[in-house]
Write a protein that binds this ligand. Structure first.
Ligand SMILES: Cc1cc2nc3c(=O)[nH]c(=O)nc-3n(C[C@H](O)[C@H](O)[C@H](O)COP(=O)(O)OP(=O)(O)OC[C@H]3O[C@@H](n4cnc5c(N)ncnc54)[C@H](O)[C@@H]3O)c2cc1C
Length: 478
């Protein structure tokens, strides 16, 4: 056996701990372990060339773009992410204020600044508030089954639909208004899919739904980007802790392994990488995403994991939350607008749209969040060679829960998506990008993906007539 992993230098004697995966879970674990009195020899084996995993901030569209995680949910003292962010000075005065930390949101996404129906007309905020109140009330009630002896139906989706039907029977409005109300409710179902990382609330079990702990605090963002957090953790680690471009293939455990460089010493674990490198260790912490584990369960652990652990991995769901960024030279929204809700007319939570999803994927988009632009000073600092003020362009970020494919956007583009473990996953060697479409328009769609391992993203340049209804809606509204 190789003394150690490829070109990576073998450590001396002492306790060796390997962390597989360099996302926030792996980085957080290794930072804690660094403080352990046994001072173990620590290494993080990361598949990609960067740390942070699904936390990734980029400077684009004249501002900070969060390709992955965006908000600190429940930013208050009980939240370790908030604590670290505060410690590293990554939050603004407002985010740190006591007032912000005390807000009780109940875990519900705030109301939109404006709500557009897909035909372009606005939906009255009064109606949106009425339906948000109904929907959030139902979500709160769905959480109350946590300690119940039994549930009326197996899933949150079925429960919500049953209750919506019950309420609908009492609606006294005309047919058109009733249809609009269902479409608004469908938009809230889409938001909840994003929150739960699923393409259907029918896949979310009702009994344990209340396990999710909602912390106080109004969701906040990192003015300089979420990645500042993982960068700070990285900077606090001893040199050479991170080993990049080392996708782990198999974890051989419960064994007795040796290496030439440490004669007489045996290790219970041997981590084997795709490139043939082997790392013996006393302990291994696995922090790869659940989606990866579901797909590679048969080969990732040798011997296989105990039955109950393997069953848990198979049974817990893993979905996709996706983002698309749209850039405009001029905003079509009001200056104080933060969140634009999109209500897809003729949709209803009571209808199963899964079979049509490949053609109507965009109807899973919940709306747009206005991204803050850099001030002129930042722009000048960013691009000093420009020599003059660069007017900040404006961008929107739309979120979608569930499987989202880009095929209807642009024929040459293949947007990665993660389906159930039985579906083939996109090959990691295939670039998730498309060549610019000749005569492409000014709107750039930037698709991000949460597929494992790590994030892959791509730019899609589209011409105006190739724009999907969601982007047409925004352009026409302008
Ligand atoms: C689009 C999007 C938006 C989100 N928004 C929010 C939000 O607003 N707020 C929030 O709190 N959360 C959000 N999340 C969720 C949040 O990003 C994740 O929960 C969190 O980053 C997961 O961290 P992790 O370390 O567990 O996993 P990851 O960040 O996925 O890290 C796992 C690491 O393991 C590596 N890896 C995978 N396979 C291997 C292998 N075989 N060998 C070695 N390394 C491997 C990967 O490359 C990756 O670096 C969002 C996620 C996405 C995708």
């Amino acid at each position: 056996m190789e003394p150690s992993g490829g070109s990576v230098e073998a450590p001396g004697r002492g306790l060796r701990v390997l962390v597989v995966g360099g996302g926030i879970a792996g980085l957080g674990a290794v930072q804690r372990l660094c403080r352990h009195p046994a001072s173990p020899h620590l290494r993080v084996l990361e598949a990609t060339a960067r740390a942070g995993g699904r936390i990734r901030s980029e400077r684009s569209f004249g501002g900070v773009v969060e390709v992955g995680a965006h908000w600190i949910h429940g930013p208050s003292q009980g939240n370790p992410v908030f604590q670290l962010a505060a410690k590293y000075g990554l939050l603004g005065e407002k985010e740190l204020s006591e007032e912000n930390q005390l807000v009780e949101t109940g875990g519900h996404v705030g109301l939109p600044s404006v709500s557009f129906a897909s035909s372009g007309r606005t939906v009255s905020l009064e109606l949106v508030v009425e339906l948000a109140t109904l929907f959030h009330g139902l979500i709160d009630r769905a959480r109350e089954f946590l300690h119940a002896a039994e549930t009326p139906v197996p899933s949150v989706g079925e429960y919500l639909k049953q209750e919506v039907s019950r309420h609908m029977a009492r609606w006294a409005e005309d047919e058109e208004t009733k249809k609009l109300k269902l479409a608004v409710l469908n938009s809230f179902f889409n938001v909840e899919c994003c929150v739960s990382g699923t393409h259907s609330m029918d896949l979310v079990a009702l009994a344990p739904f209340g396990e999710y702990t909602v912390l106080p605090g109004l969701d906040c963002t990192f003015p300089g980007g979420y990645q500042g957090l993982t960068n700070h953790i990285m900077a606090s680690l001893p040199r050479d802790t991170m080993v990049f471009n080392k996708p782990v293939k198999t974890i051989h455990w419960s064994g007795s392994f040796q290496e030439a460089a440490s004669p007489g010493e045996t290790f219970p674990v041997l981590v084997e990488c795709e490139d043939g490198a082997r790392f013996p260790a006393h302990h291994v912490l696995v922090t790869v995403p659940l989606g990866f584990l579901k797909e590679h369960l048969d080969t990732f652990f040798e011997p296989p994991l105990p039955a109950e652990k393997a069953e848990a991995i198979r049974k817990i769901g893993f979905g996709t939350s996706n983002k698309i960024f749209l850039e405009f030279e001029e905003p079509f929204w009001e200056p104080d607008c933060q969140h634009i809700q999109v209500v897809w007319e003729d949709t209803s939570p009571l209808e199963d749209t899964a079979p049509e999803l490949p053609a109507t994927w965009f109807k899973k988009l919940i709306g747009f969040f206005v991204l803050p632009s850099f001030g002129s000073r930042s722009c000048l600092q960013e691009k000093p060679h420009i020599g003059r003020f660069t007017p900040p362009r404006t961008a929107l970020c739309c979120l979608a829960g569930g499987r989202l494919t880009g095929s209807s956007l642009c024929g040459t583009h293949r947007c990665n998506h993660l389906g159930p473990s039985s579906e083939p996953s996109p090959s990691s060697s295939e670039p998730n990008s498309a060549p610019p479409v000749p005569g492409g328009g000014r709107t750039t769609l930037f698709l991000t993906d949460s597929v494992q391992p790590g994030l892959r993203c791509g730019d899609v340049h589209v011409s105006r007539d190739q724009l999907s209804p969601v982007s047409r809606l925004s352009l026409e509204s302008g």
